[in-house]
Design a protein around this ligand. Structure first.
Ligand SMILES: [Zn+2]
Length: 98
């Protein structure tokens, strides 16, 4: 059985937290987009519902950002080079824009 060095597992936790944060960012972008895009907006959703959805996505993003930052503080550096990128949001009104 291979024993992981503590700093290695801390780094992998920071990377996982980073990924979770980036996903929450994407979810927030998506919520904001849906609130503002006539193509993506589902019928019958009120402005208030959109505002609530955006607020909860924002809160989740913020929560994950703090978790990620705390892990980076413990680690002493920000892990880079793990290929974490924002997944591109699918929007019919943008899909043919190139
Ligand atoms: Zn859209």
């Amino acid at each position: 059985m291979v024993r992981e060095r503590p700093e290695t597992s801390l780094e992998s936790r920071a990377v996982a937290a980073h990924r979770a944060y980036v996903e929450a960012l994407a979810a927030l972008e998506r919520a904001v987009h849906i609130a503002n895009c006539p193509t993506c907006q589902p019928d019958g959703t009120t402005d208030r519902e959109h505002a609530l959805r955006c607020a909860s996505a924002e809160a989740e993003k913020e929560r994950r950002r703090v978790l990620f930052r705390d892990l980076c503080d413990k680690l002493g550096y920000v892990p880079v080079g793990h290929g974490i990128a924002l997944p591109s949001a699918h929007c019919p009104s943008r899909s043919r824009a190139g």
